[in-house]
Ligand binder design. Structure first.
Ligand code: NAD
Ligand code: IPM
Ligand code: MN
Length: 342
């Protein structure tokens, strides 16, 4: 029986490096918010091995009842040729929670891009199959309502930042992209303080790689956002640093790294837990409404990046050493805060 409640964070460690980075996130979360109840459940390959399903019913029920979901990556080469794949559990969870607004910030020096990725539509959720003649197909579909709700999110986020919105599509080829462009143009007059531009996705990839500093908020459909967010991570320090928040219109959000389960380094204790810790900071802010704690965690993570970088950043720290440095910084802050208040 699920016991999760509105005071509970459901932690889904996932596969590969997932449990390694999730352990550090849990310790940091419990250090910052001792009253939080963290409940772990299975998802992905670990869940298939234990139950045959990538998203067991009890995991989904706990997520639905929780305040927020903190998730490690899923995916394991063991299931590459299997009918039931770990990633299906993640897609089903996003759909079940209607977590359509995927915010993927990428920040470094003068670069501060926020990718707003539509997360529960498009090619990943369209009809797919095999025709009698052997043709294999996936279909990309969007209803205007799905475009409107993600576009409004992006407009509002642009208003809260520097007021620039780049809508990325492939309107020179795709009907769904022409719909996307129409909806953005129809909404634009409602947000006169936002400067909107449209950009074709191939050019957007080139611009992100060469002059990422030009972008503020970038809104796009599911698959383009998937690809561009790895690129944005690459130009802002690497995949080990990139967090995300997947939000619905009121239910629990899912907070998870942009990166995957990294089978090439799993089990060695060298994964960078920053993306998972920054996702925890997004959970504190957007999931629990604890903005000050979110800022404290972000600051402590930045200090650890400077002091004890992991191998992907050119350092030698292990995942556990990095996590310990984050908690040490949190306790230094705590003591300084206590002295100040006294
Ligand atoms: P990946 O993101 O797992 O790894 C790409 C490269 O980045 C690898 O060299 C890896 O070692 C490195 N990397 C990633 N995270 C790192 C970290 N925290 N610290 C240091 N290095 C890190 O991408 P992939 O290899 O294409 O995918 C592996 C599996 O992950 C696949 O099964 C895929 O479906 C899955 N995946 C899951 C999610 C998710 O659950 N949200 C996201 C992306 C990929
Ligand atoms: C991501 C991942 C997932 C996605 C996969 C694992 C389903 O690549 O979160 O970026 O495509 O959304
Ligand atoms: Mn991805």
């Amino acid at each position: 029986m699920p016991t999760a409640s509105r005071d509970t964070v459901v932690l889904l460690p996932g596969d590969g490096i997932g449990p390694e980075v999730a352990a550090e996130a849990r310790l940091a979360l419990e250090a910052l918010v001792p009253e939080v109840v963290v409940e772990e459940h299975l998802i992905g390959g670990a869940a298939i091995r234990a139950t045959g399903k990538p998203l067991p019913d009890e995991t989904l029920e706990a997520c639905v009842a929780a305040a927020a979901v903190l998730k490690g990556p899923v995916g394991d080469p063991e299931f590459d040729a299997a009918d039931v794949r770990p990633e299906q559990g993640l897609l089903a969870l996003r759909a079940a929670l209607d977590a359509y607004a995927n915010l993927r910030p990428a920040v470094l020096d003068e670069i501060d891009v926020l990718i707003v990725r539509e997360l529960v539509g498009g090619l990943y959720f369209g009809e797919h199959g095999v025709r009698d003649d052997g043709t294999v197909y996936d279909t990309c579909e969007y209803h205007p309502h799905q475009v409107e709700r993600i576009a409004r999110r992006a407009f509002r986020l642009a208003q809260s930042r520097t007021g620039r919105l780049t809508s990325v599509d492939k309107a020179n080829v795709l009907e769904t992209s022409r719909l996307w462009r129409r909806v953005i143009d129809q909404l634009a007059p409602e947000y006169p303080d936002v400067r909107v531009e449209h950009m074709l996705v191939d050019n957007a990839a080139m611009q992100l790689a060469t002059t990422p500093g030009q972008f503020d908020v970038l809104v796009t459909e599911n698959m383009f956002g998937d690809i561009l967010s790895d690129l944005a991570a690459a130009v802002t320090g690497g995949l080990g640093l990139a967090p995300s928040a997947s939000l619905s219109d009121g239910g629990p959000g899912i907070f998870e790294p942009v990166h995957g389960s990294a089978p090439d380094i799993a089990g060695r204790g060298v994964a960078n837990p920053t993306a998972m810790l920054r996702s925890t900071a997004l959970l504190l802010e957007h999931g629990l409404g604890l903005r000050a704690e979110a800022e404290r965690l972000s600051g402590a993570v930045d200090s650890a990046i400077a002091a004890v970088p992991t191998p992907d950043l050119g350092g030698t720290a292990t995942t556990a050493e990095f996590g310990a440095a984050v908690r040490e910084q949190l306790s230094v802050d705590e003591r300084a805060g206590a002295t100040y208040r006294a």
